[in-house]
Design a protein around this ligand. Structure first.
Ligand code: FES
Ligand code: FES
Length: 227
């Protein structure tokens, strides 16, 4: 269920936290690597129910002309690259992205559609990938947080999160950025704090970085980013 209580607590959330305002190389590297499995270690302490998995060692794309018995072949694009995977009919898109495609940037938090950690774009819309079966996405265009990278460095939204301290442990950050990316491209959503909190209401942050997340989105928007 979507609820905006946490974003509404902006005034009390984490204002006293120290700021890494100089954007140290390590913090920058953290944001650059936000899709990598290093975040899984941080995830263990976030209280997200131990739902984080270790990244698989290699991509498991489909092989052969036909899928094995009991499997279904699904073709889609992920961050602009054509992918083909054989999955069981009940395979969840989030798990396929993380484990078969070895892209652990998209996180599993609640696994019940309530936290937004698993947000990805499908055909331009934000969805909770934990609630969606992979077999439903044949032919779809999927974008994950790894697809937000700039050509040579951080993408503009990542840069805004970095400059505004829009994350602490970083576990929720991929999902926050995928929702924010969608918002930046939607002119119907205004740039006031209230409007952005409402629009981001499906995303929870256990670290309480809400105020800075809203600031990051406003910053990205003021610079004309559509991430
Ligand atoms: S893991 Fe929480 S909404 Fe999907
Ligand atoms: S859960 Fe830690 S930064 Fe949001």
């Amino acid at each position: 269920m979507k609820d905006d209580q946490d974003f509404d607590r902006e005034e009390t959330a984490n204002t006293a936290r120290s700021s890494a305002t100089e954007h140290s190389p390590s913090r920058r590297r953290f944001m650059r690597n936000i899709g990598l499995s290093g975040l899984a270690a941080g995830a263990a302490s976030t209280g997200f129910g131990g739902a984080a998995f270790a990244a698989s060692d290699k991509v498991q794309e489909a092989e052969g002309d036909t899928p094995a018995e009991g499997m279904q072949r699904v073709s889609f694009t992920v961050n602009g690259q054509a992918k083909q995977v054989d999955v069981t009919p009940n395979a969840v898109l989030l798990d396929v992205i993380r484990h078969q495609l070895d892209m652990p940037g998209t996180k599993k938090g609640c696994d019940h559609g309530q936290c937004g950690a698993c947000n990805v774009h499908v055909n331009g819309e934000v969805i909770n990938s934990c609630l969606s079966l992979a077999v439903m996405h044949d032919g779809d265009e999927i974008k994950t947080v790894e697809g937000l990278d700039g050509e040579k460095d951080l993408g503009p939204l990542q840069q805004a999160f970095l400059e505004n301290d829009g994350y602490q442990c970083g576990y929720c950050t991929p999902g926050q950025m995928m929702a924010a990316s969608y918002i930046l491209a939607d002119d119907r959503i205004g740039n006031s704090g209230d409007e952005l909190r409402q629009a981001m209401s499906g995303n929870l942050c256990r670290c309480g970085a809400y105020k800075n997340i809203v600031a990051a989105i406003q910053d990205a928007r003021s610079k004309g980013s559509e991430a």
